[in-house]
Design a protein around this ligand. Structure first.
Ligand SMILES: [Zn+2]
Ligand SMILES: [Zn+2]
Length: 351
């Protein structure tokens, strides 16, 4: 049996780069992708740290891009030899929610590398991966224009996620406040600039991340030094931000977002919550008439837009990569990522 190298989560906190069976096409809609580039995401830490309980020996990874090695008989838009990036979320395309343009809430939602609870798809931190429903899940990489593989990789998750969070609510000239300058927060701030924000405020406590926010044209606010609500009030003639992005997924970030948003504004939550309940100032939110949106991102709705903006040189999320490592060093990469020594790590599966 043919084998390949893959990053396997043997059990929480125990990663092993090991030989596993090379996957094969089993459904007419499948594509077999040879992975050229893959990334570690904050979401991978949920199973890694045991906060999402998954079965042992799952191949991790849902952010990847590669070259098509084989296509199933039912695939029409993708051909052998194409280079393509995958949406981290796989949707069916014909259920009630998919028909209403909500693939993130597809009744058959699957996510790569998160175990049977999310459809049992083997992940992309591997030499090869099977991409189901490939006509929907994959996008061919534009051959013309600007942007590198490292930029295009991120339209499969963090760039599309940050972009959607802003795009759902932004009006030209808005003030956008982003809580959390991790990869998704920085992508959201980058998207806000492209989507017409007059000013984008980024709140965090880590100076290096705030420096990156400033470098892409955002106004950095260090929450250890300045009350973010005061800073946002000052910048908005005491209205508050029109759109607030919680890119953290922690109750403290959401509480902060509640203090930043103007009455009639929106809080958009790309951050992942696994808590059953959290406390919110609901009376205040009611009086302010705040709209709150969250949920698994509708990635496939925004891949074409973000790829086009990358090709146009208007989005360049690869600048948020802090480390490039061979996949053979995945154990160390996960350790660094968990310890917050790295903002964003990409892995080369061929090394
Ligand atoms: Zn991700
Ligand atoms: Zn569906």
């Amino acid at each position: 049996m043919a084998t390949m190298k893959a990053v396997v989560l043997r059990e929480p906190h125990k990663i092993e780069v090991m030989e596993v069976p090379k996957p094969e096409i089993t459904d007419p809609g499948d594509v077999l992708l040879r992975v050229d580039l893959t990334a570690i995401c904050g979401t991978d830490l949920h199973p890694y740290e045991g906060r999402i309980v998954i079965e042992d020996d799952v191949v991790l990874g849902h952010e990847f891009l590669g070259t098509v090695e084989a296509v199933g008989s039912g695939v029409g838009l993708i051909s052998e030899g194409d280079r393509a990036v995958a949406s981290c979320v796989v949707s069916c395309g014909h259920c009630y929610n998919c028909r209403r343009n909500r693939p993130g809430q597809c009744f058959g939602t699957m996510i790569f590398g998160l175990g049977v609870t999310f459809g049992g798809l083997s992940g992309g931190q591997a030499e090869y991966v099977i991409v189901p429903n490939a006509d929907r899940t994959l996008r061919k990489l534009p051959e013309e224009g600007r942007g590198t593989d490292e930029d295009k990789l991120f339209v499969g998750d963090i760039m599309a996620t940050g972009y959607e969070a802003v795009r759902k609510f932004i009006q030209p000239g808005d003030t956008v406040a982003v809580v959390g300058a991790g990869p998704v927060g920085l992508c959201a701030a980058m998207a806000a600039n492209v989507l017409g924000a007059s000013q984008t405020v980024v709140v965090d406590k880590v100076p290096s991340r705030l420096k990156e926010a400033e470098a892409i044209g955002a106004i950095p606010v260090n929450a250890d030094e300045t009350d973010p609500a005061d800073a946002v009030q000052d910048l908005t003639d005491w209205r508050g931000a029109d759109v607030v992005i919680d890119a953290v997924g922690h109750p403290s970030a959401l509480l902060s977002a509640c203090t930043l948003v103007r009455s009639g504004g929106a809080i958009s939550i790309p951050g992942v919550y696994t808590e059953d309940t959290i406390e919110l100032p609901f009376g205040d939110l009611y009086l302010k008439g705040v709209t709150i949106a969250q949920g698994v991102a509708n990635i496939t709705n925004y891949m074409d837009e973000t790829l086009a903006l990358i090709a146009a040189g208007k989005l360049d999320p690869s600048r948020f990569i802090s480390h490039r490592m061979p996949m053979s060093e995945a154990v160390e990469a996960y350790r660094m990522f968990e310890e917050r020594e790295a903002t964003k790590i990409v892995l080369d599966p061929t090394a």
